[in-house]
Design a protein. Sequence first.
Length: 75
Amino acid sequence: MENSKTAIGSSRSVKLDEHESVRSHVQQQICDEVARLEQRIEALRLTGAPHAAIMISTYQRMIGRKKGFLQNWDM
């Protein structure tokens, strides 16, 4: 039986007791979230929804914060 802990519900194995494994996993998750937010922004620009500008602005702030987190942690 293996002693290392892994993240539950993860699509890939993350060894929680190994710093680089966790760091890599967090970086990938955040990059995926940023990509999804950028896709939502593009979709909103194409649809012309009533409150699209507010939603786009919110998504852009979220992207900025996520990218700032990556930069602060040298990811």
